[in-house]
Write a protein that binds this ligand. Structure first.
Ligand SMILES: Cc1cc2nc3c(=O)[nH]c(=O)nc-3n(C[C@H](O)[C@H](O)[C@H](O)COP(=O)(O)OP(=O)(O)OC[C@H]3O[C@@H](n4cnc5c(N)ncnc54)[C@H](O)[C@@H]3O)c2cc1C
Length: 257
């Protein structure tokens, strides 16, 4: 099977977000594979091991993404591709990323494309479905189970705590939800092998695209942090007095009644 994984380099979830010059400050921040994309990589490896074939991990971004691509190779992916947009793209959005991925994938005869359900930084969950639309193939989002039977697939998806089972066919794009699997850590031999695995680097030119073709469709007006949360108030004393005080506070402070 010809399997592709869409992988984004994101902030570490432990990182405290600060702003500098109206932008998210990346100085000294740690970067990781988007956690949902780790499920995608793991699933791709398991599907390959069960059905044969090859796993290629693709990322759109800058040269720094090579580190996360090497980690994916160390986990067990066979090949990696970095589509380096550093010099060509100044303002990107979900359209930009999906368009670039779609152009790369359109002649690859992919049987299965796996992405993350959502990126923990940008967090729109748009890239996967947009890529599937561009390739004109079926897609199922937030999946927690994937069974491949020849050219068809049975997919279980998470629908806000409940499950939905969908029968569909390959080629297929799915996006991974927490619980799909337990992503492996790269082993020492895996890390050694990864150094010799192919990591190709492409630019927009290689995909016959120029900057105008991928120009962002959206514009960020302002980036700001949410207002600081006020400390909670604990009411004490007689229950009747507490209820009276609560009603008064809801009226005078929270102004909700
Ligand atoms: C050169 C460059 C410049 C940018 N400039 C801006 C900017 O000016 N303003 C701004 O707001 N944003 C900017 N971005 C960020 C960009 O908008 C988002 O990275 C991108 O559209 C993904 O959107 P998302 O985070 O909502 O992902 P989601 O749609 O939530 O991601 C879902 C899944 O899609 C896949 N995916 C997402 N991104 C990638 C990727 N890059 N490569 C491979 N797979 C991916 C992953 O599987 C991921 O789990 C820039 C990005 C680049 C590369």
């Amino acid at each position: 099977m010809n399997i592709y994984v869409l992988m984004k380099r994101t902030f570490d979830t432990e990182e405290k977000i600060t702003l500098k010059g109206g932008k998210i400050n990346e100085d000294g921040a740690e970067f990781i594979i988007n956690p949902y994309d780790e499920y995608a990589i793991e699933e791709a490896i398991q599907v390959r091991d069960a059905n044969g074939g090859e796993v290629t991990v693709i990322s759109v971004g800058g040269e720094e993404s090579e580190k996360q691509l090497r980690t994916a190779l160390a986990m067990g992916a066979d090949k990696a591709v970095l589509i380096n947009t550093e010099d060509d793209v100044e303002n990107a959005d979900q359209f930009t990323t999906a368009k670039i991925l779609g152009e790369f994938l359109k002649d690859k005869d992919a049987d299965l494309i796996i992405g993350g359900n959502v990126a923990i930084d940008g967090g729109t969950g748009q890239v996967g479905p947009r890529v599937a639309e561009l390739l004109n193939i079926p897609y199922v989002t937030t999946i927690t189970k994937l069974e491949i039977n020849g050219s068809s697939a049975t997919v279980t998806r998470d629908v806000e705590g409940d499950s939905e089972i969908i029968e569909t066919s390959l080629p297929l794009l799915v996006t991974a939800q927490q619980g799909l699997n337990e992503p492996r850590y790269p082993s020492l031999p895996g890390i050694m092998k990864a150094k010799k695995k192919p990591l190709d680097e492409l630019e927009l030119d290689d995909l016959d695209l120029d900057e105008d073709d991928v120009e962002a469709k959206t514009k960020t007006i302002e980036i700001y942090l949410p207002p600081k949360k006020e400390a909670g108030k604990v009411l004490a004393g007689d229950l009747n007095d507490q209820v009276k005080e609560l009603v008064q506070l809801l009226h005078t402070e929270a102004k909700v009644i």
